[in-house]
Design a protein around this ligand. Structure first.
Ligand code: AP5
Length: 222
């Protein structure tokens, strides 16, 4: 019988490298990437009702109200592709209320990844970050410059990536991190995110490959 798909959460401060690692995880494991930040930014640029509610909060670096984000995530998690291919939740849950919403629905990860990066590095990563709006790919002006001038010309900066806003996002992250983490201590794995992205991915890859193998074995024997 087919084994149960992977269920993974990735957490960490702003610019700890969640989105960057998610690109690599999706490519190798085929799980469905659900990034609340990406979904919200898409809603804002499409000018939807959710986007209009979320915009001010996001641009000032504050959290969007729990009920808005939770409704969005639970709707996404219920779709067929997620049930078939598994999920990779990025940026959710981000408050204890959000974690409790998932607990009530009995939605738990196999693995909770916590990317650990020092504050001064986070600020430099945010200020240097650029996004390619046509592919969604994440760049950095020093660490990961674009491949060519055509891409370079279309890169954009996030409105919440100024030094001042990053500092307030970081503070909000720190206020919430512990209570979210305490929900997932049994499946939590802290990873040093202050290393080259391939090195960080290698460690995640090892963990996920082992998990996938365990799932395959238990479905074969059961
Ligand atoms: P969100 O989009 O989730 O932002 P975030 O958590 O602040 O995380 P980032 O996207 O800033 O960083 P990342 O960890 O993905 O790093 P990245 O890989 O890009 O949320 C944005 C906003 O939406 C929130 O402030 C809030 O308003 C709202 N929101 C979202 N979820 C919500 C929720 N659940 N509840 C309420 N509100 C919510 O990397 C960063 C940079 O570093 C890049 O330039 C990259 O190239 C570079 N880099 C990455 N890895 C490395 C490496 N190993 N070495 C060197 N450079 C690296």
């Amino acid at each position: 019988s087919k084994s149960e798909p992977l269920k993974v959460m990735i957490s960490g401060a702003p610019a700890s490298g969640k989105g960057t690692q998610c690109e690599m995880i999706v490519q190798k494991f085929g799980v469905v990437h659900i990034s609340t930040g990406d979904i919200l930014r898409a809603e804002v640029s499409a000018g939807t009702e959710i986007g209009m509610k979320a915009k001010e909060y996001m641009n000032s670096g504050r959290l969007v109200p729990d009920e808005v984000v939770t409704a969005m995530v639970t709707a996404r998690l219920s779709l067929k592709d997620v049930k078939e291919n598994g999920w990779l939740l990025d940026g959710y849950p981000r408050s204890s209320a959000q974690a409790q919403s998932l607990e009530k629905l009995n939605i738990r990860p196999d693995l909770y990844i916590m990317l650990d990066v020092p504050d001064d590095i986070l600020i430099d990563r945010c200020v240097g970050r650029r996004l390619d709006p046509s592919t969604g790919k994440i760049y950095h002006i020093k660490n990961f410059p674009p491949e060519n001038e055509e891409i370079q010309a279309r890169l954009v900066t996030r409105p919440d990536d100024t030094e001042e806003k990053v500092k307030s996002r970081l503070q909000i992250y720190k206020q919430n991190a512990e209570s979210v983490l305490s929900t997932y201590l049994d499946v939590m794995k802290k990873i040093d995110g202050n290393r080259p992205k391939e090195v960080v991915f290698n460690e995640i890859d090892t963990l996920l490959s082992r998990l996938q193998k365990d799932k395959e074995e238990s479905s074969n024997s059961g």
